[in-house]
Write a protein that binds this ligand. Structure first.
Ligand SMILES: *Cc1c(COP(=O)(O)O)cnc(C)c1O
Length: 452
C-alpha cells in the first residue's frame, strides 16, 4: 500500500502538486457486492427458464416484508413503478394534492400526474436534507390527500412530527426509502412508518438487486388496489369483493412485474445485508469522524446516541460553509478535491419545482400546465417559482456529495479524508482561480449546467 502520510500543507493537485489518494481502491467502491451464492441463485432461475415467473418474486417479497415486520410486500420492475402502485393503492386521483420535497429524484412525485393529481412542494430542513415538518401544515388544502417523505441520502426524516401532522389532518403518509434501506429512526426501521412505503432496488441504491422496486403496506385494501393497478397476473390474490369485479385487466393499463433474476439476487442480499450494512456504517462513520475535524465541512449524519442510523448510507452528503473559506465556491472546492483523487461534487440534486415539467408543461393537452390542470382557478399556490423554496434552492451551493465506501478499509478511507483536509487547509491557493468554473466530474454535472 502506498504511503498514506500526505503532507496537508503541500501543493494542491489541481495546481500541479501530488495527489492525496494514491492507493489502489480495491473493491471499496464495488457495488453491489456479488457473491458465489448470488451467482448460483441467479443461475438457478435461468436454468429453470423462469425469468417471468412469480414464485421467487413472492418469496423475496415475503422475506423482505418479514424483515421489516410489514404485512404485504409487492415487487415491481423498478422503484418508479412501485411508487405509481403506492399512489394508486392509496386512492390518489383526480384533483388531489400530494405534499413532498423538491429535493428528491423525480420518481418520488411525478407518477401522481398520470393519476390526475398534482404536487405541492415543501421546503427541506437544511440539517437533515429531508422534508421540513414546519413547512408542511400551511400548505394543506381541502385537496391534500398525502404527504410523501424521502429519507434523503439515507438520513431518516423527522417522522414523529410528520406523522402527527398527517394524523391531525387525516392525510396518508408515503415513505420513499430508496436511499435508506436498513436505516433506523429512533430504533425503528424506515419503511415501517407510512401507510405505504416504497424503495427502489436499482443497482446504485443502498439495497441493490438490479432494476427493481418494492412497495410495503399493512393495509390489505391498499395492497390489493396496487395489484389491480399493475399486476394483472396476480388478480386471483384479490379478496375484496369491491375490487374483484375488475379482475383480469390492469386498471390503468400498466404492467409492473418484477424480474425473477432480480428477486433471486435480492433473496441472497437480504441474508447478507445486515453484515454489509454494518461494514458500510463503520466505514462511513469513520470517514465522518475524520471530516468533522475540518472547520467548514459538516457531514449530514444522525446525532450520536439517538439510535437513528443511515443504514446502507446511500451517498455521503455534507454541508459546505464557504465563509470558512473566504467565500471560495463549493464548485471550486469540489474540483480541487476531485483532483486529489477523491470524490466530491456540488449540489447533489437540482430542485424539481423549477423544472418546466412542474411549471409550464402541458403533458396531456389540457390547454394549461399539467401542474394545475385539475385544480381550481384559484391555484396560485401551485406556481412555486424561483425563490419559493429558499432552503432547497440554496443547497446547490452548500451540499456536497463525496465518497460512499462499501467496505471498511481504514487506510483507504483516511486518504480520502486527507484529500478534503488538504484542500481545506490550502484553500487560499484556490481563491485566485475561483471565477474559472471548470469542474466537470460527477453525474450531476449536466444538471448543474442546466440550472446555471
Ligand atoms: C431511485 C429513486 C427512485 C426511483 O427508483 P427507480 O428504481 O430508479 O425507478 C425513487 N425515489 C428515489 C428517492 C430514488 O432515489
Amino acid at each position: 500500500m502506498a504511503n498514506v502520510q500526505v503532507n496537508t500543507r503541500s501543493k494542491l493537485a489541481l495546481l500541479g502538486g501530488g495527489k492525496s489518494v494514491e492507493s489502489n481502491p480495491k473493491d471499496v467502491f464495488s457495488w453491489p457486492i456479488i457473491t458465489r451464492e448470488h451467482e448460483e441463485a441467479v443461475l438457478e432461475v435461468l436454468r429453470a427458464r423462469s425469468m417471468s415467473g412469480l414464485d421467487v418474486t413472492k418469496k423475496f417479497e415475503m422475506a423482505y416484508a418479514k424483515k421489516l415486520g410489514m404485512e404485504y410486500g409487492l415487487g415491481c420492475n423498478n422503484g418508479t413503478a412501485a411508487l405509481h402502485c403506492a399512489y394508486f393503492g392509496l386512492g390518489i386521483g383526480y384533483g388531489d394534492e400530494v405534499i413532498g420535497p423538491s429535493m428528491t429524484y423525480w420518481a418520488t412525485l411525478l407518477p401522481v400526474y398520470s393519476l390526475g393529481a398534482t404536487v405541492v412542494f415543501a421546503d427541506v430542513d437544511p440539517n437533515t436534507l429531508c422534508i421540513n415538518p414546519n413547512d408542511i401544515e400551511h400548505r394543506i388544502t381541502k385537496r391534500t390527500k398525502a404527504i410523501v417523505v424521502v429519507h434523503w441520502g439515507g438520513m431518516p426524516a423527522d417522522m414523529d412530527n410528520i406523522l402527527s401532522i398527517a394524523q391531525k389532518h387525516n392525510l396518508k403518509v408515503i415513505e420513499d426509502f430508496s436511499h435508506a434501506h436498513g436505516a433506523l429512526y429512533k430504533g425503528k426501521e424506515v419503511g415501517t412508518f407510512g401507510d405505504v412505503s416504497v424503495a427502489s432496488l436499482m443497482s446504485a441504491k443502498s439495497f441493490a438487486v438490479g432494476e427493481a422496486g418494492i412497495m410495503f403496506t399493512n393495509v390489505q385494501y391498499v395492497y390489493e388496489r396496487a395489484l389491480l393497478f399493475g399486476h394483472y397476473e396476480r388478480h386471483n390474490d384479490i379478496q375484496s369483493e369491491e375490487l374483484k369485479k375488475f379482475q383480469g385487466l390492469p386498471c390503468g393499463g400498466y404492467k409492473y412485474r418484477m424480474h425473477q433474476l432480480s428477486s433471486a439476487f435480492g433473496l441472497v442480499t437480504l441474508k447478507l445485508y445486515d453484515k454489509q450494512m454494518s461494514d458500510i456504517d463503520n466505514a462511513m462513520n469513520y470517514f465522518c469522524d475524520l471530516i468533522e475535524e475540518i472547520p467548514g465541512i459538516t457531514p449530514v449524519r444522525p446525532p450520536k446516541g439517538s439510535n437513528t442510523t443511515k443504514g446502507g448510507w446511500f451517498a455521503w452528503n455534507a454541508l459546505y460553509d464557504s465563509e470558512k473559506f473566504e467565500g471560495l465556491t463549493l464548485q471550486k472546492f469540489a474540483e480541487a478535491v476531485e483532483a486529489e483523487g477523491s470524490i466530491c461534487w456540488a449540489g447533489g440534486s437540482s430542485p424539481l419545482h423549477l423544472h418546466p415539467v412542474f411549471q409550464t408543461m402541458d403533458i396531456y393537452n389540457h390547454g394549461r400546465p399539467t401542474r394545475i390542470a385539475n385544480s381550481d382557478n384559484n391555484s396560485d399556490y401551485l406556481k412555486q417559482g424561483d425563490g419559493s423554496l429558499p432552503v432547497t434552492e440554496s443547497l446547490k451551493n452548500i451540499v456536497l456529495r463525496g465518497p460512499w465506501f462499501r467496505r471498511y478499509y481504514p487506510e483507504i478511507i483516511k486518504e480520502h479524508a486527507k484529500a478534503y483536509e488538504k484542500v481545506a487547509s490550502n484553500y487560499k491557493d484556490l481563491l485566485p482561480y475561483d471565477d474559472v468554473v471548470t469542474f466537470s466530474g460527477g453525474y450531476s454535472s449536466s444538471f448543474r449546467k442546466q440550472s446555471k
